[in-house]
Design a binder for this molecule. Sequence first.
Ligand SMILES: *[C@@H]1O[C@H](CO)[C@@H](O)[C@H](O)[C@H]1NC(C)=O
Ligand SMILES: *[C@@H]1O[C@H](CO)[C@@H](O)[C@H](O)[C@H]1NC(C)=O
Ligand SMILES: *[C@@H]1O[C@H](CO)[C@@H](O)[C@H](O)[C@H]1NC(C)=O
Ligand SMILES: *[C@@H]1O[C@H](CO)[C@@H](O)[C@H](O)[C@H]1NC(C)=O
Ligand SMILES: *[C@@H]1O[C@H](CO)[C@@H](O)[C@H](O)[C@H]1NC(C)=O
Length: 662
Amino acid sequence: MHLGVGLLVLITTLLLTDAAAKSDAPSFVVGKGTFLRDGKPFRYISGTSHYWRHHHSDWEDNFNKMRAAGLNAVSTYISWNLHEPEPEQYNFEGNLDIRRYFRLAQKYGLVVILRPGPFIDAEVDMGGLPYWLLRMNMTMKLRSSDPSYTQYVSRWYNKVLPYLKDLTYANGGPIITVQIENEYGSYPACDKVYQNLLKSLVLQNMGPDIVLYTTDGCLDYMMQCGKVDGALTTCDFGAGENAAGNFQTLRKFNVDGPLVNSEFYPGWIDHWGYTWNTVAYQDVVRTMADMWALNASFNIYPIRGGTNFGFVAGANLGNDFQPVTTTYDFDAPLTEAGDPTEKYYAIRNLIGTYWPLPPGPAPVPSAKGAYGKVQLSYAGSLFDNLKALRPEGPIRSAYPLSFEVLEHPYGFVLYRTVVQGRFRDPAKLSIAGIPGFTPGLRDRGIVFVDQKPVGILSRTEQISDMSLFIAPNQTLDILVHNEGRICYGTGINDLKGIVGNVTLDTVVLSDWAMYPLELPNFPDMNPAPLDFDLREKISDIQNRISGFYSGQFSVNQVLDTFLQVSGWQNGYAFINGNNLGRYWPVQGPQQTLFVPAAYLHEGTDNVVELFELEAAPCSLDWTCVVEFVQVPVLNATVPIYPGANEFRKRAKQPWRAKSKQG
Ligand SMILES: *[C@@H]1O[C@H](CO)[C@@H](O)[C@H](O)[C@H]1NC(C)=O
Ligand SMILES: *[C@@H]1O[C@H](CO)[C@@H](O)[C@H](O)[C@H]1NC(C)=O
Ligand SMILES: *[C@@H]1O[C@H](CO)[C@@H](O)[C@H](O)[C@H]1NC(C)=O
Ligand SMILES: *[C@@H]1O[C@H](CO)[C@@H](O)[C@H](O)[C@H]1NC(C)=O
Ligand SMILES: *[C@@H]1O[C@H](CO)[C@@H](O)[C@H](O)[C@H]1NC(C)=O
């Protein structure tokens, strides 16, 4: 062969190969009325499942069940606060290993709809923003182009987005779309500079091929503020709503792109003290069928809700301050424990009429452990264990400091002062806020005089003062519980702890010692048996003291289970050192905490520990117990409440009501 010809052949071959590679390269774009995946019309039926709300050993099972129901996509937020718990300290391990999460989704044939926030709501603390932002500047304008805020957003996006770049669809990964902000039209800032900054950060870091979209409520004013040029406008609505009407409104902002419901609610969020929310499966499948007939894509939010382990839960601000329950069961198609429900099977049957389901039988509920009753022993009061809980000792300051300033994100701070001078009997203790930050107590304070509990102040109940008698040189302690930062609306600069001054009658109390409690140190404590002296000590104050209780139990077969805490009042439960989250059975409706199998091991030395804040049922041995049960109870009746009916009606969707956004 002539050399020249050979070269020509070689060059031609290279060009052809290149052209072939180009047309074979994965592509995902927005077409007329539909998405185009590799050039072919594509629509998705997706399910939300937040990686951090499940133990990572459950991820594959979740994806498997999603696939088995005929879903072809998964949608998740990224919760910035968990990945950057303190400035520039990053965590992508274990339950936060998002690369592994997305790779597993791909293995199960699911494409990924990515919602990196940075604000996500998601009923998590501060809507997923790191609490330390408020330490940098407590009045920074979150979710806006305020440089006090965007300098940290840019730093985070420039960290996390390149980390995911090779996982985009164009690069052979599963990520098809990326959301800009989150329901931004529900937030009054309406700051286009901010939205465009986020857009350019995504494009710079993930490449120009990624499909961008926004999600808002299906109302004109929301989509008007929420939409971003160059991003597909989508909206969100729940089961039983008018799909045709909502999509008609969407069409004003999305003239000929694919119709998408980005959060199709098959259930609803729950708050402590409010009736358990349910949605009938008939409504879910009816609205699904309506959306399908309109050629829409949709995302079931959530397909499995999971659990607000530890201090993950946020709070909503309706007419009152409403902390979110530990369970994020949501009455979703898969329960908190991942078990298929009637709703799941109905959805699967319906999807089976749209496209073929993967071969194999439908998933069934998994076996649960019934490890029975566990006798707990008193392991000392909060005061006995202050050293273990705060090895460095207290932080001192003339006036109280917030959690943020104390560099303590979640949980508890004990505020202590020794009262000087004589006060009347009784004196009025009160905590006032400061302008822009009322009330001053965030969120619940248990008040002690010389370590005896004398009362409770509460943000939810709007109780910020009380009467007490305190003599000179007696110690006043206020144990402040951060019940979760506000995750929706304009109240998100939600500092915690005591924000303002504490007064007795007219005297401002000063010289405070503050103990941020490091609850993870709790499992290191040595639980003492409930001996006679200790029993005397706790029965002396009718067991009404913040204290630690601990017991061992044996597990012959490791299974998921539920911790039943009836008889206990309010606190946190730990299994083998893992924080299951808050329990509060007297408030309800949630009565049991989910315990993933991964927290247990075979053997007799499994440990359950409670940090009980208010009242232990331990005047008798046989009532000083918790129980591991097979069936969760999430829907108990809730206490009466002044104006309850009105409150509960509004509580249904308080933060989505138009009037609240003003
Ligand atoms: C904090 O943010 C507010 C609102 O943007 C701004 O006015 C103020 O100057 C900032 N403070 C500091 C110390 O940067
Ligand atoms: C849905 O798509 C099909 C196929 O492209 C089309 O024939 C039909 O008119 C569309 N239906 C609606 C309601 O847009
Ligand atoms: C309070 O304690 C201080 C220091 O121990 C002591 O000097 C003072 O007499 C005490 N006051 C009262 C009223 O007991
Ligand atoms: C607390 O009271 C002191 C003394 O009156 C005052 O100097 C300080 O500014 C007050 N702090 C707040 C946060 O109001
Ligand atoms: C809670 O749900 C169970 C199971 O669906 C039901 O039997 C029970 O009546 C419900 N309890 C309340 C108080 O609604």
